[in-house]
Ligand binder design. Structure first.
Ligand code: ADP
Ligand code: MG
Length: 387
């Protein structure tokens, strides 16, 4: 994030609230390299941070008032009282920052109010986690200003609680942890059971490769219900197999587990995705650690097939990105994020990027789909104070 952006956000804060902010913070959106729909199964994920960030200018208040403003939505300053915040009382964007204040206070932190102005370059609803960026940036700002002493992973947990309980969205821990804990030049290998982390160097440019994000601009309205169904199906699978979570099914025991599920065809497909996906994350980690970066391509593509055929959350636009990119010489490609729209990622040789981008754009035009937004993703920094 540039100094200009921080200065512009601070300036807007002054216009809105008539005083200097105490500071400015930024937190990124993310893409998930591999490990999809594993986080609510206690499994592995591997996101990295995008250069796109949510930026806030914030000052404390001691009178119990919370004032919120976003440059990116219509409407003026919203004023609330911190002691009146209640879960699921707000259906608008302000539920995310209010939820963070609520979660901090619930955890016993004396947050007595704040003035907050937000501006974000993370596209909302594109599967790049604009919501977690917004939560984490607010949590980090309040953590610093109120000297709460919480670490990144602890703030991520509080933000997840805000989204689960206050907003009412049953999301896993990946997005918030990615936004809070990622480091520039690295992907984050996260075990969502014990929250242990490992920063894995991921510098594609140094090896002549690029990672493209293709935002299909599609957001299917039924995606929330479908997410709930997949999640419930995974829980059913774990219960039928007598384990706490699907994470506990070893890859080597997958065939046995599928046999034990008998004619539960749908559950079998969900289980197969989750167990093979955890193994794909482990394969990608070991390939990156041994310097075989190009070899992760086919693993990403396998992940897409599993999400498309077993988990069944792809859509024609995402499949078209993957098929077109692979036909154009990509090393690997997959949908990323929750599914039914959002974005896909493409791993390619630098020299092939232009051809692949043009091919994807042409294929979308030929299919009559809305033009996709294609950009290159370089692993960027996690949440931080910027002024
Ligand atoms: P994703 O996290 O994949 O982008 P979500 O549906 O989880 O999608 O979160 C998007 C929601 O987050 C938006 O509908 C809005 O309520 C909130 N949001 C994201 N960015 C902003 C912003 N810049 N200003 C206000 N609200 C935002
Ligand atoms: Mg989100």
């Amino acid at each position: 994030m540039s100094v200009d952006t921080a200065a512009a956000v601070a300036e807007r804060f002054r216009e809105l609230y008539g005083a200097e902010p105490e500071g400015v913070w930024a937190a990124p959106g993310r893409v998930n390299l591999i490990g999809e729909h594993t986080d609510y199964n206690d499994g592995f994920v591997m996101p990295f941070a995008l250069p796109h960030t949510a930026v806030v200018a914030v000052s404390r208040r001691d009178d119990g008032v919370l004032r919120l403003h976003s440059s990116d939505v219509e409407g003026g300053v919203v004023e609330l009282r911190v002691d009146e915040l209640a879960p699921e009382s707000d259906r608008g964007w302000t539920a995310y920052p209010s939820g963070v204040v609520w979660a901090l206070r619930q955890a016993g932190h004396a947050v007595t109010g704040a003035d907050i102005h937000l501006a974000s370059t993370v596209p909302a609803g594109a599967g790049l986690s604009s919501s977690a960026a917004l939560e984490v940036v607010v949590a980090l700002a309040l953590n610093d200003l109120y000297e709460l002493g919480q670490k990144g992973w602890q703030l991520a947990r509080l933000c997840q609680r805000a989204e689960n309980v206050y907003v009412g969205a049953p999301v896993g821990i990946m997005d918030q942890t990615a936004s809070a804990c990622c480091q520039a030049g690295h992907a984050l290998f996260l075990d969502t059971r014990d929250l242990s982390q490992k920063q894995i160097p991921f510098d594609l440019a140094a090896e002549g490769m690029r990672l493209l994000v293709v935002d299909t601009q599609v957001k299917h309205s039924h995606s929330e219900g479908e997410y709930g169904k997949r999640r419930a199906g995974c829980e059913k699978g774990a219960a039928l197999l007598g384990v706490d979570a699907l994470r506990d099914i070893a890859y080597d025991d997958l065939d046995g587990a599928l046999e034990r599920l008998g004619d539960e065809e749908e559950v079998r497909r969900l289980v197969r995705h989750v167990v093979t996906e955890d193994q794909r994350v482990e394969r990608v980690v070991s390939l990156l650690e041994s310097g075989e970066t190009r070899a992760i391509g086919p693993v990403l593509t396998e992940g897409h097939a599993s999400l498309r055929d077993d988990f069944r959350i792809s859509c024609p636009e995402l499949d078209l990105v993957v098929d077109t990119a692979l036909a154009g010489g990509a090393l690997g490609a997959r949908m990323t994020g929750g599914g039914f729209g959002g974005s896909a990622i493409v791993l390619a040789e630098a020299a092939d990027v232009e051809t692949i981008t043009k091919a994807v754009e042409a294929a979308f035009a030929a299919a009559g789909f809305t033009a996709p937004r294609v950009f290159e993703a370089v692993p960027a920094a996690g949440a931080r104070r910027v002024s």
